[in-house]
Design a protein around this ligand. Structure first.
Ligand SMILES: NC(=O)c1ccc[n+]([C@@H]2O[C@H](COP(=O)([O-])OP(=O)(O)OC[C@H]3O[C@@H](n4cnc5c(N)ncnc54)[C@H](O)[C@@H]3O)[C@@H](O)[C@H]2O)c1
Length: 243
């Protein structure tokens, strides 16, 4: 479970632990991940903190190996680690383009390549990738939109290649979810978070923004035994049919 120190990743980690899974809380450094681990343990679950930069090939491999050593073979992988480096295209630097592709696409690739080896051996697995409604296009996010659309193609290809091992791969595409990431976006736009939410909610059919638990509930289903016939799908979780 990558990027699980906070936000959506922390909520998914806690939910999967409640579902009975032992969870490796992978994030940039172990200290950051410790809070989520403590919360899981306090709830009676099993978890370890694993410090890893998912863009680093050796670190990604080591994270999967350590998880297997300490918790048992990896059956479920959630590629959730993410960053934003928003800017309009004419102002976007190559560094900001590369950083976003690296965390979302290279990170998901490296973690999946490492984890699928264990899943294919066990002939069972669940992979969930975090896409976004931004995959459909979002002003100021050419880098992020490309990465999140890329993850959808990645997901569908994993479903095709790994299905014969009873491994499913699906993507969740959240809409507006309240996390540090969306608070940072409000800051960048120079907006008060409350005012921004009020304006956003007018276009969200269910009349509210999402919370990390809304995403965790869908992840929980996709990782369950009974979701074994759902694969290669992108599930938009955005309070309505459109971004
Ligand atoms: N918040 C939203 O509205 C929203 C909407 C759509 C999609 N998403 C996606 O959901 C995921 C989680 O978003 P969030 O809002 O919880 O973000 P967040 O910024 O609160 O948390 C992201 C986590 O990823 C970790 N991370 C970043 N780079 C990493 C790396 N190289 N290696 C390991 N960990 C790394 C961070 O340390 C952080 O803990 C992201 O993929 C994001 O793009 C979020």
């Amino acid at each position: 479970m990558t990027g699980a120190a906070r936000g959506i990743g922390a909520a998914i980690a806690r939910r999967l632990a409640t579902d009975g899974m032992a969870v490796a809380v992978v994030d940039l450094d172990e200290k950051q991940a410790a809070g989520t681990v403590q919360a899981i343990i306090a709830d009676g679950g099993r978890a370890i903190a694993v410090g890893a930069d998912v863009t680093d090939e050796d670190a990604a491999m080591a994270a999967v190996e350590r998880t297997a050593d300490e918790l048992g073979p990896v059956g479920v992988l959630i590629n959730n680690a993410g960053i934003i480096r928003d800017n309009l295209i004419f102002r976007m630097s190559v560094a900001d383009w590369d950083a976003v592709q690296n965390v979302h696409l290279r990170g998901a690739f490296l973690m999946t390549r490492a984890a699928q080896a264990q899943m294919t051996q066990a002939r069972w697995g669940r992979i969930v990738n975090l896409s976004s409604t931004s995959a459909l296009g979002n002003r100021g996010q050419a880098n992020y939109a490309a990465a999140k659309a890329g993850l959808q193609g990645f997901t569908k290809t994993l479903a095709l290649e790994l299905g014969k091992f009873q491994i499913t791969a699906n993507a969740i595409a959240p809409g507006f979810i309240e996390t540090d990431m969306t608070h940072a976006t409000a800051d960048r736009l120079g907006l008060d978070f409350g005012d921004w939410v009020e304006a956003a909610v007018r276009d969200i059919p269910v009349g509210r923004i999402g919370q990390p638990a809304d995403i965790a509930a869908v992840a929980s289903f996709l990782c369950s035994e009974e979701a074994g016939f759902v694969s290669g799908q992108v599930i938009y979780v955005a309070g309505g049919p459109k971004a």
